[in-house]
Every structure is written in C-alpha cells, then in structure tokens.
Design a protein around this ligand. Structure first.
Ligand SMILES: NC(=O)c1ccc[n+]([C@@H]2O[C@H](COP(=O)([O-])OP(=O)(O)OC[C@H]3O[C@@H](n4cnc5c(N)ncnc54)[C@H](O)[C@@H]3O)[C@@H](O)[C@H]2O)c1
Length: 266
C-alpha cells in the first residue's frame, strides 16, 4: 500500500483506532490531517509524525457542529490542497443501561457524534472529492451496526445508521470515482472498551474484559493497528472495486454469537 503524495483526513484521529490509522497513513507516505476534540493528544500526534519525517496537521474540531466540520475541511485544503482518503471515525459509547431507563440526553449525544458527525463529514468532504475527481472514504461503524449489544440502544442505533449512510452515499458517488465503505470493529483494546467494562463492573472491569475475550474465537481483543490495516486497505488501490460494503474486524466474535443462538435452539 503506497499513499505517497496522497492526503488523508481522520476524525477521532488523536486516540485509539484513529491514532493508529493516522500513524499507518503517515508510515505509508500520506500527508495526514488529524481531527479531534482532544487538542493535547492531537497536537502530540502531529508532532510525533513530523518528528519521524512525515507531514501532519492537527485541527481541533467537534464533529457534531457543521461550522467545525467545514473548518476542518478548509484547514486540510489550506495545508495540503486536496483530500484523497477520509476516515470518518470519531465516536462515543454513551451509557450502558436498559432502553426502559436510557436517558434522552445521552441518546442525543451518541447520535450526534456517531451518526450526525459521520453525515456532516460526508456532507462537506464529498464535494471536495467530487470536484477533484475521486477519493476513498471509510466510515467507522461497529459489529454493533450488525447485531445488538444489549444495554447500548443509542450506540447500536447510531452504528446501524452509519451502515445505512455508507450504502446510500456509496451509491450516489460511485460515478464520481469515489468509493465509500465501512469498517465494523469488534472489541478493540482502546479507552472505549475499558470504559464499557468499567460501566458494566465498576469494581472489577478486568473480569468483564476476560469473560468477553473468552467469547471471541481468536481469544482476545483486537488491536487498533489491526483495524487500521483494514482501513488503509479499503482506502488503497488494492480495494479499487470495493464500495458500499462493510468489513468486519472482530476476531470471529459475530460468528461465535450466531453459534450461541443456534446452540440454544437444539
Ligand atoms: N474500541 C472498540 O472496541 C470499538 C469497536 C467498534 C467500533 N469502534 C468505533 O471506533 C471509533 C473509534 O473509537 P476508539 O475505540 O478508538 O475510541 P477512543 O475513545 O479511543 O477514540 C475516539 C476519539 O474520538 C474523539 N471524539 C469523540 N467525540 C468527538 C467529537 N464530538 N468531535 C471530535 N472528536 C471526537 C475522541 O476525542 C477520541 O480521540 C468510534 O467510532 C467507535 O465507536 C470502537
């Protein structure tokens, strides 16, 4: 995979999966625009990439705000002149609670970042890609976009919506030489999964992680780098005929869950 001379824009790029994607793009020659609301981590990552000989800028932004999204697109164009690859990735987990008790403000907050943020990113990046004659987008969904995670109604709704948005937009811009796909990570070792484990069992989050890892055929959480590898593949010319679909990176978690259901029917 060679991204020499290409420009990659990554939201939620300061930490976790987005950070691994930024480092991967930089390692493969791309100029990187890191977008995040975490200014400290974002600035530090941009400096790290530049210190290693790469090109990177950091744009502080809130992906839920249209003006902020337009500003990160403008900052990327001002710095690098184009946007070849867009990883539309920023997301939050919200609370773990039954639907009958889920609070409305958290529901709105999760939908705002995970779904509206993805829409706004496409709304303002696609015109740039259309004008320049092509590009590749990867939206971060989740296995929660394909199957339910009990207690996470807002997150599951938001990630199902990301897959819908991905298919609609891919159908619209294929003729413009733009590919749009989604990546569906299973449990990945980041702040997000640590927070979910703490919410489920505040006194013993490690036990939650151990139990969950044991339910995954590969026996462990994935790493941010393993998701980044798939994002880079989908943005690369190796995936030149792949659009409107989703790639699952979950160590086999979904097939194991399906197996549990069919075993219960025996
Ligand atoms: N970790 C997992 O197991 C997992 C599994 C499936 C999907 N995902 C998805 O992967 C994506 C990245 O998650 P992660 O695990 O790396 O989590 P993370 O918390 O480590 O990183 C998320 C990043 O998004 C940023 N962010 C959050 N809200 C923002 C906003 N309004 N504006 C700008 N930036 C914002 C955060 O500051 C952070 O840097 C999310 O969309 C998440 O839903 C994660």
């Amino acid at each position: 995979m060679d991204f020499t001379g290409k420009v990659a824009l990554v939201t939620g790029g300061a930490n976790g999966i987005g950070r691994a994607v930024c480092l991967g793009f930089a390692r493969h020659g791309a100029k990187v625009a890191i977008v995040d609301r975490d200014t400290t981590a974002g600035e530090a990552l941009a400096s790290e990439i530049r210190a290693a000989g790469g090109s990177a800028i950091f744009c502080a932004a809130d992906v839920t705000q249209s003006a902020s999204v337009q500003a990160y697109v403008k900052a990327t164009l001002d710095a690098f002149g184009r946007i070849d690859c867009f990883h539309n990735n920023a997301g939050i987990e919200g609370r773990i609670a039954p639907t009958a008790e889920y609070d409305e403000a958290t529901f709105d907050a999760v939908m705002a970042v995970n779904t509206k943020g993805v829409f706004l990113g496409l709304r303002h990046v696609l015109p740039v890609m259309i004008a320049q004659g092509g590009g590749a987008v990867v939206n971060t969904a989740s296995v929660a976009g394909l199957s339910p995670s009990i207690g996470m109604v807002a997150y599951v709704a938001s990630k199902h919506a990301v897959l819908g948005i991905t298919k609609v937009a891919a159908g619209e811009v294929g003729a413009n030489n733009i590919r749009i796909n989604a990546v569906c990570p299973g449990p990945i070792e980041t702040r997000m999964t640590r927070d979910i484990a703490r919410q489920v069992s505040p006194n013993n989050p490690d036990s939650v992680a151990e139990r969950y890892a044991a339910s995954i055929p590969l026996g462990r959480y994935g790493t941010a780098e393993e998701v980044a590898n798939v994002v880079l593949f989908l943005c690369s010319d190796l995936a030149s005929n792949v659009t409107g679909t989703q790639y699952v990176v979950d160590g086999g978690r979904l097939v194991a869950a399906a197996g549990v259901s069919s075993n219960a029917m025996r």
